[in-house]
Design a protein around this ligand. Structure first.
Ligand code: MEV
Length: 428
């Protein structure tokens, strides 16, 4: 049991001091301490320390490259940071199936974000809404004063949208500031603007502003991509028909729709993460968008074209940037943007949408044919042999046998290893 969680001035300590404290209160041995230390490249330490609080180390994830993508006529390699086996291979495989038909086509994506100000204590909502509309220019100017750099670059607050909400605690107004964030994700710009305009909103309306914060339901920043997946590469017209049935299941069943969308987010979040963007923001937006009409739906649609190929389409908000926060400070995120040849937030959103679609198609194809486990098995088996501490020279044989038995487990690995070594001893 940890001795105490009350670590005085922990945030002020150096990384080395923090590690010593944690080692002390958690009874960590030298091996565990070394693990924390070894996972921090000294050059990274400063950067990591500036990113979050109380840093004691780093948490590495595999960074993979998905191949075969053509997006809007351009070849692209896609960087994905994810712990789950098969995701990178599946995305690459689906992208390959779209190549004969030109790959992915993605629509332009606007970089408009919403900052919400919640106005309460509203006596006459109609009158207050009129007042806000009359003062729109003044309110937008106040917002734009907060970010001259954004405004100079061509972005800034564009318009107000006002919604009346009837709640159990009375009428409230949702005042939405629609801001063009250009190549930024925009949370900082939008939050600052929302906070700074709120006294003016109170002055104009006589109401009281409460929450002032970005909305992650970025409905004005929706990315759309489509691709034609080749019927023959998919495995024939039966596979196409089965995929359409599988999607219809998700269209009509929320339990399935959640998993369908989870598969999409496997691809989406992996790219969002690799580029230092906020996975939670994109995930929250995606799931809220999926429930747009108060019924949770898949984020993709499919139909077959006149030649029997499968056409897939995806639509979801993707609020990502390339110039702020970790996208800028994390050297690996910068490198990922370079590998993907991303020249702006729009290209990144389009790429992510394409990956989401590819990921979904790959999952559906596997699910309607061999199932998902077969693909997972081999990679999973690689982890299992390591966890079972099987010596490396036996890995291949143990993995092969586990997969053949369809039992990828630590106990099975150990049994197989024992059998192999016993046979070796018994063989003259
Ligand atoms: C697993 O991470 C993702 C899937 O469950 C997605 C799906 O079922 O469509 C395979």
């Amino acid at each position: 049991m940890v001795k105490t969680s009350n670590l005085e001035k922990f945030y002020k300590k150096t990384q080395g001091e923090r590690i010593s404290i944690i080692a002390e209160v958690c009874n960590l041995g030298p091996e565990q301490v070394n693990l924390l230390k070894a996972l921090v490249n000294p050059d990274f330490m400063k950067i990591m320390d500036g990113m979050i609080e109380n840093v004691v180390g780093t948490f590495p994830l595999p960074l993979g490259i998905a191949t075969n993508f053509i997006i809007n006529g351009r070849e692209r390699l896609v960087t994905m940071a994810i712990e789950e086996p098969s995701v990178v291979a599946a995305a690459s495989n689906a992208a390959r199936m779209a190549r004969p038909h030109g790959g992915f086509l993605a629509d332009p994506v606007k970089s408009l974000m919403i900052g919400q100000v919640q106005l309460v204590d509203i006596d006459d909502p109609g009158k207050v809404i009129d007042l806000l509309k009359k003062n729109e220019t003044k309110i937008l100017s106040k917002a734009n004063e907060q970010d001259p750099v954004l405004v100079k670059a061509g972005g800034g607050a564009r318009r107000l949208e006002i919604f009346k909400i009837d709640t159990n605690l009375g009428v409230m107004l949702d005042v939405q500031l629609v801001v063009d964030c250009l190549d930024a994700m925009g949370a900082n710009a939008v939050n600052t603007m929302a906070e700074k305009v709120s006294p003016l909103l109170e002055e104009i309306t006589g109401g009281r502003s409460l929450l002032r914060i970005i909305s992650n339901l970025a409905v004005h920043r929706v990315a759309r991509a489509r691709a034609v997946f080749d019927k023959e590469l998919l495995g024939g017209s039966d596979v196409v028909a089965s995929i359409l049935e599988a999607v219809e299941f998700a269209n009509n069943d929320m339990f399935r729709a959640a998993t369908h969308n989870k598969g999409i987010m496997n691809g989406v979040s992996a790219v969002v993460r690799a580029t230092g963007n906020d996975t939670r923001a994109v995930e929250a937006g995606a799931h809220a968008y999926a429930a747009w009409n108060h019924a949770y739906k898949p984020l993709t649609r499919y139909y077959s074209d006149k030649d029997g190929n499968l056409v897939g389409e995806i639509e979801l908000p993707i609020a990502v940037g390339i110039i702020g926060g970790a996208t800028k400070t994390h050297p690996v995120a910068q490198l990922c943007l370079q590998i993907m040849e991303i020249d702006g937030a729009q290209t990144l959103s389009q790429t992510i949408a394409a990956v989401g679609l590819a990921q979904n198609l790959a999952a559906l194809r596997a699910l309607v044919s061999e199932g998902i486990q077969q693909g997972h098995m081999k990679l999973h088996a690689k982890n299992v042999v390591r966890m079972a501490n099987i010596p490396e020279k036996y890995h291949e044989r143990v993995i092969k046998e586990m997969v053949a038995r369809g039992k990828v487990r630590i106990d099975t690995a150990t049994d197989i290893f024992k059998d192999i070594t016993k046979n070796e001893k018994n063989t003259p």
